[in-house]
Every structure is written in structure tokens, then in C-alpha cells.
Design a binder for this molecule. Structure first.
Ligand code: ADP
Ligand code: MG
Length: 349
């Protein structure tokens, strides 16, 4: 059974970037305003994410600090069991959960293919708690010890440490030729969320390298965020846009580069319902929208946040596929690109 779980986990977490994305989305879901990431060897040796979110409950049976009521407060012991999620409350939620990718599988998967340690403190707890996991279950930190979560010092929030990713899938581990390539992919996910999530501070550091990394302050504006992530040359050539339509049930907002800016490659930061996703349909339409405005071989930058009724987003997409589809995709994309074209024409560059 563990072999099956391991294979399934390897399909959800195909690279360090996937683990980081899942963990970062969890930190954001937990209401964090500061997220720190530490990476070693492109995330293959170490991926650590520290947030200041609401934390994870530990369990009335374990912690005497919780009142003995009927409310279940035992998230930490079952954290890494499959389909464990605190995000499914009623059927209405089911739709949005599918949309946002709330599947309760990320931490479970990671526990099957890496060494996983969680330290967490909720506002109501007098101390932090630490737990170690393997193959979906709590394990003792050292042989001979009990697997129960242990009290420890710590600040409110959650720290998740993932070490030796794919340690038990040697072929996969060997397939990663360059840690710096994996680091680049990790940085890409982080900068996407750093642009999207206003009021959240992000920082990423490489283990043992003081200067290296990226950071953005909680107070940074949208344009500051784009500047931090993509440079000043782009930041001064941005146009803000907004459009919505009741018939197709969406609102769209974002920033796009004007006709003064032209890059070698297209950059699209696409968020649907606050999750970073990919859409080749959006990419194609954006390229077309800019055709008349950019020199041959020049490409734009577009950051687009779409909010669509969750019931209209394809819920059948496999978790690893970042490519997303939604109802009336063509119509919605057309309207957004029409808005971008209009703004490009209006702006005097
Ligand atoms: P999902 O996000 O789909 O619920 P995950 O496996 O990603 O599944 O996480 C399982 C659960 O663990 C979450 O529902 C949440 O309750 C808890 N959790 C994970 N990471 C954090 C975090 N950083 N802060 C608070 N709770 C967390
Ligand atoms: Mg999650």
C-alpha cells in the first residue's frame, strides 16, 4: 500500500516547486501576512516555510490547555492522512474547494516522499507543538520516543520543514540535474504569489547564502510588487485594467505592459479565484491582442486576476495539471483581451 501511496504522491509532487506551491497556498489560506521560505539545493535537500497564520489545532486528548468540549481539535495528529482538510464545511464549499484545489492531499503526499516536520501554534495555545510525519502518520522524532506531538517554544503560526524530497524514489531524485533550475521554478511560484497577495510579506532565502533571494514587504503596492519581481523597466510601463460582466459571471483586474515595453518572452501571471494557474488559451489570446502594438518578436507582460463563479470552473482537472478550463472561456478571454486592446489604444505612449 505504501508503494501505491508513494507513486500517487510522486504524481502530485513532481518537483520541489509543487511542494512549495501547495505549502504556500496553505499559508495564504491560513490568513498569514508574512511568509518566509528557506531553500537548500533547489528544494531537494530542504524546503522550509514559516508563516504567521492561524496555526493548526493539536488535540484535546494531547494538550490539556484546550477546554474539554465537543469540538474536535485534533488536526495535528491526522494532518498527513489523505483527504484531511479543514477547508470542507458544507456542500456549497465543495465547489469552491474543487476550484481552489482544496483536496487534502498535499501534506499527505509530501509525507510519503520526504521527511516532514511541522511546528505550529494557534493563538489560543500556551505553547507551540511539533510533530514528525512519515507515510501519512505521526512518527517518533527519534527511535524509541513516542510519536505524539511534543510541546515546544514557538511563535503563532506554522513552520513546515520538508527534507530530502524523493529520498525514497532514487530515480526521480537523480533526474534532477540542476538545483538552480529547481530554485528558478520555486522563485517563479513565489514571485507570482508575491505580486498577487497584497498585504502579505514574502521572503525567500537560499540556505547559507546571506544575500541571495527575494523579498517584498507587506505594505508594498501592486506596482512595487511587480517591480520587485520583474524589474523597474517593466514597472514604469504598466497599465491598470478592470472589467466585469454579469452575463458571463466574472470580474477581471490586473496590470498589463504598454507598447513601450517589449520582452523576448511573454510573461503571464494568471490567477483564477486567487490560485495561480496556467491557461494556454489565455496566453494565445494575449499574444494576439498585442500583435498590432508590439514589434515583431516582441512580447508583453500581463498580470490578470480573474474571479469566476466556482461552479463555472472545471473541477475535473487533475491536481497536477496547472492548465485550467472554465465555462464560457472563449467569451471571457475575448472580453478581457478587448479591454486590454482598448487600454493600449487609449494610453498615449
Ligand atoms: P488542503 O489544503 O487541501 O486542505 P493540505 O494537505 O494542503 O490540504 O493541508 C491539510 C490541512 O492542513 C489544511 O486543510 C489545513 O487545515 C492544515 N494546514 C496545512 N498547512 C497549514 C498552515 N500553514 N497553517 C494552518 N493550517 C495548515
Ligand atoms: Mg493545501
Amino acid at each position: 500500500e505504501d508503494v501505491v501511496n508513494k507513486i500517487a504522491a510522486g504524481e502530485i509532487i513532481v518537483a520541489p516547486m509543487n511542494a512549495l506551491k501547495e505549502m504556500m497556498e496553505n499559508s495564504i489560506d491560513a490568513g498569514s501576512t508574512a511568509i518566509e521560505i528557506l531553500v537548500r539545493d533547489g528544494g531537494l535537500k530542504l524546503l522550509q516555510i514559516t508563516d504567521n497564520g492561524h496555526g493548526i489545532e493539536v488535540g484535546a486528548s494531547i494538550s490539556p490547555v484546550f477546554p474539554a468540549d465537543d469540538e474536535q481539535k485534533d488536526d495535528l495528529p491526522i494532518l498527513c492522512e489523505r483527504h484531511t482538510t479543514s477547508k470542507l464545511k458544507d456542500f456549497d464549499d465543495l465547489m469552491s474547494i474543487a476550484t481552489y484545489g482544496f483536496r487534502g492531499e498535499a501534506l499527505a503526499s509530501i509525507s510519503h516522499i520526504a521527511h516532514l516536520r511541522v511546528t505550529t501554534k494557534t493563538a489560543g495555545s500556551s505553547c507551540a507543538w511539533q510533530a514528525h510525519y512519515q507515510d501519512g502518520k505521526l512518527i517518533p522524532p527519534k527511535p524509541g520516543q513516542s510519536p505524539d506531538p511534543k510541546p515546544c517554544a514557538g511563535r503563532p503560526g506554522t513552520q513546515i520543514t520538508v527534507e530530502d524530497l524523493f529520498y525514497n524514489i532514487p530515480n526521480r531524485r537523480r533526474a534532477f540535474k540542476s538545483p538552480s533550475e529547481e530554485y528558478t521554478k520555486i522563485l517563479d511560484v513565489i514571485t507570482r504569489y508575491a505580486v498577487h497577495c497584497e498585504h502579505v510579506a514574502f521572503s525567500i532565502k537560499k540556505h547559507g547564502e546571506a544575500g541571495a533571494g527575494f523579498s517584498v514587504a507587506a505594505a508594498a503596492t501592486k506596482i512595487d510588487r511587480i517591480k520587485q519581481a520583474h524589474g523597474a523597466a517593466l514597472a514604469k510601463e504598466l497599465i491598470e485594467f478592470k472589467t466585469e460582466n454579469d452575463k458571463w459571471g466574472f470580474t477581471a483586474s490586473g496590470y498589463c505592459s504598454n507598447a513601450n515595453y517589449s520582452a523576448k518572452r511573454i510573461t503571464i501571471l494568471l490567477f483564477i479565484n486567487h490560485r495561480s494557474v496556467e491557461s494556454s488559451a489565455v496566453k494565445k489570446a494575449v499574444e494576439q491582442a498585442y500583435q498590432l502594438f508590439l514589434p515583431k518578436g516582441g512580447h508583453p507582460f500581463v498580470y490578470l486576476s480573474l474571479e469566476i463563479d466556482p461552479a463555472r470552473v472545471d473541477v475535473n482537472v487533475h491536481p497536477t495539471k496547472r492548465e485550467v478550463h472554465f465555462l464560457s472561456e472563449d467569451e471571457i478571454i475575448d472580453m478581457v483581451c478587448e479591454e486590454i486592446r482598448e487600454r493600449l489604444t487609449q494610453v498615449d505612449t
